[in-house]
Ligand binder design. Structure first.
Ligand SMILES: *Cc1c(COP(=O)(O)O)cnc(C)c1O
Length: 400
């Protein structure tokens, strides 16, 4: 009798998937999966976008000093005042955008938490979020967690870069649309939205009274285009939540120190959610990032120059191997069309690429709802020159 009960119990346990319905279909992120594959097989990892060199030495030392100096207890919920001041000063200096550090800046655990807390705070169940596909993978999961509906608008190649059709964007906006979530410079296509493209988005936001959420984590990493924050366009500052992070700018992706800048009512709403997710972000890194925003922008300029040449190195190599590579205007990534090599599908290509060349890359279809991403693969070039050169040599092995 007890034995039967046990069996029943264990069968019940086995049969029920503990994952909530809202998250069904979201498995392990493809980046974690591909990095694990690269580590297991010793392949070159052009999958996940993290640099294989560290940020500026004095930045690292500042974090270590902060720990030794006792910055080890909970910092204030909205973030260390010195970091909020540095973020506000940076927005003012670079883009003439004025934010009050005490009411309009909120420090988060990376841009990832900023995106999550912002959507959870601002979008009701059943409301719609317009998002450009391909999109960063956390967007879809967080939209789903917030009970909202995503309305993808596809970026397609035109004149050597990816862009959207304004009519398609317009058609994606319905009476249920609450906000537009955009990422520029854009991962994975490398597109930096032009002022003209941003004006189309801003027009729609003003016309339909939409909130804009901008993911600007690559704001400094542009190569032949200027990053324009959407909040600088007329009527947009008051309806925009801008998100950024230290990870990409200072090559410290493991530090997970991000922030939002937005009008006070948005900051209050987002902080209300954020306080129950993490309450606050890690103290020593906040102090170090405040230092970096004040003192290390010259280093970022050298990073940008170096990434531009890495971009050219990898893009040239992909082209020489027979792929169509879309030269990115910004970010860590280049998206390439694999069809000229006889592959119909990015997933099949990445499998062969790993088998024959020992290179891990990401099939872009994971960033799409539609099948528009099937022929593309994303490669990261934020790697040491010798790693890129080695990868380019190995690419020769995939020609059929
Ligand atoms: C890396 C990345 C993030 C995450 O930033 P963190 O600060 O590491 O959380 C968010 N959005 C995009 C587009 C990214 O590439």
């Amino acid at each position: 009798m007890p034995r039967a009960a046990f069996v029943t119990l264990s069968r019940v346990t086995v049969n029920i998937d503990p994952l909530v319905a809202r998250m069904q279909g979201f498995g392990t992120t493809v980046f974690a999966e591909m990095t694990a594959l690269a580590v297991r097989t010793g392949a070159i990892n052009l999958g996940q976008g993290f640099p294989d060199t560290d940020g500026p030495a004095k930045l690292l030392e500042t974090a270590a000093e902060a720990i030794r100096g006792g910055a080890n207890q909970y910092p204030p919920g909205p973030g260390l005042p010195e970091l909020r001041e540095a973020v506000a000063a940076q927005r003012a200096e670079r883009h003439s955008l004025d934010y009050d550090p005490s009411a309009e800046v909120l420090v988060t655990v990376g841009a990832t938490e900023a995106i999550a807390a912002t959507l959870l705070a601002l979008v009701e169940t059943g409301e719609e979020v317009v998002v450009f596909e391909p999109y960063y993978d956390s967007y879809a999961a967080i939209i789903a967690l917030s009970g909202a509906v995503r309305r993808p608008v596809t970026l397609r190649p035109e004149g050597g870069r990816f862009t959207f059709d304004p009519a398609e964007l317009r058609a994606a906006v319905t009476p249920r649309t609450k906000l537009i979530l955009l990422n520029s410079p854009h991962n994975p296509t490398g597109t930096v939205f032009s002022r003209g493209e941003l004006e189309v988005i801003a027009d729609l936001c003003r016309e339909h009274d939409l909130i804009a959420v901008t993911d600007e984590v690559y704001e400094y990493l542009t190569y032949d285009a200027e990053h324009v924050p959407l909040a600088t366009l007329p009527g947009m500052r008051e309806r925009t939540v801008a998100i950024s992070s230290a990870g990409k700018t200072f090559s410290v992706t493991g530090w997970k120190t991000g922030w939002i800048t937005a009008p006070p009512e948005f900051v209050r709403a987002v902080q209300t959610v954020k306080q129950f997710l993490t309450f606050t972000a890690s103290a020593p890194y906040q102090r170090a990032v405040a230092y970096a925003l004040r003192e290390e922008l010259a280093w970022v300029e050298t990073l940008r120059t170096s990434l531009r040449s890495k971009r050219d190195r990898l893009t040239g190599g992909l082209e020489a191997a027979g792929l169509i590579a879309f030269r990115p205007q910004g970010t860590y990534f280049v998206q390439a069309d694999v069809r000229p090599l006889g592959f119909a599908d990015g997933r099949e290509f990445t499998r062969v690429l790993h088998e024959r060349a020992g290179i891990v890359a990401i099939p872009a279809q994971v960033f799409y709802d539609s099948d528009a991403g099937d022929p593309y693969v994303r490669f990261a070039f934020c790697k040491r020159d010798e790693v890129i050169d080695d990868a380019v040599r190995r690419l020769g092995r995939i020609a059929v």
